[in-house]
Design a binder for this molecule. Structure first.
Ligand SMILES: Nc1ncnc2c1ncn2[C@@H]1O[C@H](COP(=O)(O)OP(=O)(O)OP(=O)(O)O)[C@@H](O)[C@H]1O
Length: 256
């Protein structure tokens, strides 16, 4: 059993640039992402999902506010891959390395035993491609390698940014099973996606951002009940569009 580790975001604000050109990517975001749960992380393009994940990982610094794991910032911890596994950018592996070497380098710098490399290659269906160079991989294979890297340290927290991208139908079914199992083991699984059908299948809860602010944080069924379209009560897409369209109107009204 893994240690239960929530992600706690408190009044998180991030501005890129300065003065008149500043972009407020996050605007006072406060939310807790729970362990033992698959949380769908939703929001229109530019809503702040990737920025949030980057801040949790310590890849970006918030302008103000805090992002804590187990009460401490992620960067303050040794051996980061054992704390959080992340799929942020499927192009992140060095193109000249083989899949196996890419994972071996990550494992050794995080004091992860080498046998985990073979395990995650097997688990992600990448074992047959282990000795091939990353530059020869399809998008789906890169995604699988990124997921393998996220799983390497057996972490209690997983951040998966658009993990379904490029996966074939078999891969999508596999990913559903994987995120379910990870959450059932007590892990915190945050999955961003624009594919509402997929999110409806895998998520227990949804956190929805709009223009850097929290629009909703609810169990999937409560979200559907509260925001759903009566004509399509089971459609997450319809509920999501109603909520985010409302937010856009609200913003427009305020700006006028
Ligand atoms: N390095 C950066 N410099 C300047 N602005 C940035 C930077 N990174 C993100 N932004 C801006 O911050 C806002 C939030 O972007 P972010 O990538 O977090 O959104 P997102 O919800 O992940 O979007 P998508 O669904 O398109 O991936 C956008 O307005 C974006 O242009």
């Amino acid at each position: 059993m893994v240690t239960m580790t929530a992600i706690e975001l408190c009044e998180l604000t991030k501005e890129y640039g300065r003065g008149g050109k500043a972009v407020r990517a996050l605007d006072g975001l406060t939310v807790t992402v729970r362990p033992g749960t698959v949380t769908g992380f939703l929001g229109p393009n530019g809503a702040g999902k990737s920025t949030t994940m980057r801040i949790v990982l310590g890849l970006d610094r918030p302008t103000s506010g805090t992002a804590l794991l187990d009460g401490r910032p992620y960067g303050a911890r040794p051996e980061p891959l054992r704390r959080v596994g992340a799929l942020l950018d499927a192009g992140a592996a060095h193109p000249g390395r083989t899949a196996r070497d890419h994972l071996r380098v990550l494992a050794s710098s995080n004091r992860i035993p080498d046998r985990r490399v073979a395990q995650v290659l097997e688990e992600t269906g990448m074992a047959p491609a282990a000795r091939r160079r990353v530059r020869t991989f399809s998008l789906g294979m890169r995604q699988r390698l990124g997921i393998a890297a996220a799983l390497l340290g057996d972490p209690p927290v997983l951040l998966l940014d658009e993990p379904v991208n490029g996966l074939d139908p078999e891969g999508m079914v596999w990913l559903r099973g994987l995120v379910r199992r990870l959450a059932d083991e007590g892990r915190t699984v945050l999955v961003s996606s624009h594919l509402m059908g997929e999110v409806a299948r895998i998520a227990d809860r949804v956190v929805v951002l709009g223009a850097g602010r929290l629009l909703a944080d609810a169990a999937l069924e409560d979200f559907l009940r509260e925001h759903g379209d009566p004509a399509e009560p089971d459609s997450l897409e319809a509920a999501y569009l109603r909520l985010t369209a409302g937010a856009t109107r609200h913003r427009t009204k305020k700006e006028v």
